[in-house]
Design a protein around this ligand. Structure first.
Ligand code: ADP
Length: 169
């Protein structure tokens, strides 16, 4: 039985087995959630990301996929990095956004994570409309079989919180 919960705030302040990072394909850091995770998590995360770039993900992590590293100094065991799609008005990339959620849960299951916190992937720099992102995120995690017991969406501001709250009901 998986419970969906919602909280407002900074994901780097959360305590969970795994925190999901809205990364970019370089895996070498960026703005938004990514920047905050690397800042608070310390250099161990970047070090492992560099190792991944030098091995399995020489060309970067493809959009819609997910990979785990240590969580460094964060209050978690792992960070699961996933790359959301950039919003497009002319091309439907919903499957890729859904894939980020499915793949993150698959990686969480492989690790044995029981609590997983997600930010609102793609809704920042990648400009995905919040209501639609909330619909895709909530529908996907509800429809993905997983041993994760708590899936927590951590929303940074009121607007994002309200959008997810409307979907979760
Ligand atoms: P993307 O590139 O996937 O759009 P961003 O990090 O730019 O990723 O933004 C994703 C969402 O995360 C946005 O809604 C943004 O407001 C939010 N956000 C930014 N910083 C944090 C944080 N520290 N904790 C939780 N959410 C955050």
């Amino acid at each position: 039985m998986t419970t969906l919960t919602l909280t407002q705030g900074d994901i780097t302040r959360e305590s969970a087995d795994a925190l999901v990072n809205a990364a970019n394909s370089s895996l070498l850091g960026g703005g938004g959630v990514d920047g905050a995770i690397h800042r608070r998590g310390g250099p161990a995360i970047l070090e492992e990301c560099r190792t991944l770039r030098a091995s399995r993900y020489g060309r970067g992590l493809p959009t819609g996929q997910a990979v785990a590293t240590t969580a460094g100094d964060l209050d978690a065991r792992w960070v699961i990095h996933t790359v959301g799609p950039v919003w497009s008005a002319t091309e439907d990339r919903s499957d890729l956004l859904a894939s980020c959620h499915r793949e993150s849960l698959r990686v969480a299951d492989e690790l044995g994570a029981r609590t997983v916190a997600f930010p609102a992937i793609s809704t920042g720099v990648y400009r995905w409309p919040l209501d639609d992102a909330a619909r895709i995120a909530v529908e996907t995690v509800r429809n993905t079989p997983t041993a994760v017991e708590e899936i927590r969406f951590v929303l940074f501001d009121d607007r994002a919180y309200e959008a997810f709250a409307r979907r979760i009901g």
